[in-house]
Design a protein around this ligand. Sequence first.
Ligand code: ADP
Length: 506
Amino acid sequence: MASPDNPTQPEASGRRRFTSVRRQIDRITMINRVHAALRSTLNVDDLHSIILTSIISRSALGFSRALLAAYDETTNSFRGIAALGARNRAEHDRLQKEVAAEERSIAEMMRHLDGLDATAEEQSLLRNSMDELTQHSFWITIYQKFGANSELLDAWKKIELFCPRPSGDGDARSGMEFVGQLIEKPGSQMIPREALEKSDLPAELIELLPGASVWSIIRTNKGPRLAVIADRCHQREKLDELDLLHMDWFVGQVALALENAEMVKDLEEAYNDIRALDQLKSNFLATISHELRTPLTAITGYVQLMLGNKIGELSPGQREVLERILAHSDLLTGKVNDVIEIAELESQQARRVQLHPVDPLNVLMHTLPRLEHRRAHKAITIEPEVTAPVPEVMATAITLERIYFHLIDNAIKFGKVEGYVKVRFERDGKDLRLSIIDHGIGIAPAQIEPIFDLFYQVDSNLTRHYQGMGIGLAIVKKQLDQTGGRIQVSSQIGHGSTFTIIYPVA
Ligand code: ADP
């Protein structure tokens, strides 16, 4: 290990050995602290602050000053962004003393914990939170008092260090050769003052560094990210091999933390993009369906006029055709209304609606006529199964009607050509369970969860047997979410399905 002192003086070397052991112990504490601090955030700006603090903290890497430059892909250069360190040696010593005093007062508080009138559990909680405090957040906050003297920060922010281009097109900007060598060699490098003076670095930067300095480039898997410079210009101790070793370890840890932070940022961006796209889809659906509803209402209205003989007498053939047009228009109107409904439900997501007592049997009787034409080609009977008085539930009549409509509509659609759909009411403690039971095609266990997703259909081939848009169950789910209801599904392929909705009894 490089030592500037003369090794022939025995007392001096004894003292040095002692400080060096102390330094080793301090550094192990430092490793723990830096580790905890770097793990404590996934925010890139916070990481920058932790990097600077760790470099100058007496109980971490212990340098005098830290300079941080960020890589800019568009200009292929590093630009000074932040710095931490005192103005001069006197200020450095004063601030370090203040920090030491604060650390001592925390240690004092720790000692008093034992004397507190606290239970064993409280003692352990107190101790944990104090440990937490001394481990990272505390020393980072108190080191912020160093700030950076404004001249240093202003000068540093003006500096831009260009990286050589991979094509090596003969473009030679100030600092390019130096940065090129730095990037090529792995690890941190100690640069003596003379080497700085001989380099092609800009004069303003050389002026900022009065002594030797340690330089490191921090990369993630996306390429270079940060350049870090640290020195000991306000300390008697000179830079040594141990500093270089620590810096190497430190920048390795920072690279990992940055990589994680970048990953989280990428995920956040991707998530926001998806949300924006989802919003676009909802807006599109709402607009297009509103646009479709107006002409559809006109078509239905005119057909009804003609069927009412308001335009003139109709032949039996004409009447039959118009009745078919009306049936298809109704079907189309139903689908357009479904799309409008889901678009509206999606736009008012977290809203809770006002609940009141609702008679589920009564609502069912109101819903059934709307389902009449759905079972037109099928000989399916819908049977309410009532063995005891059906209590009122806390819901809304409109919500319950829509839920019945979509569930019974599916039960008819996916049910047998001949058969029945049962609607069972069962009291279960404070809840009422309303089950819609069919004996149709059934659903495989793995498909039960996704059927509630918007546009999901078990058979989504264009040649599929059953018509539909995959909207009904998404509406059911959203309506239940808004009114505090739940749903359970049990099903067996080829035997049928039971959709049970659960509401609290009023
Ligand atoms: P749609 O019925 O318009 O396709 P839904 O959202 O109502 O849309 O249902 C989604 C999918 O769930 C259906 O396409 C179907 O595959 C399945 N499904 C729903 N209800 C039943 C049921 N009672 N029996 C069998 N499969 C069902």
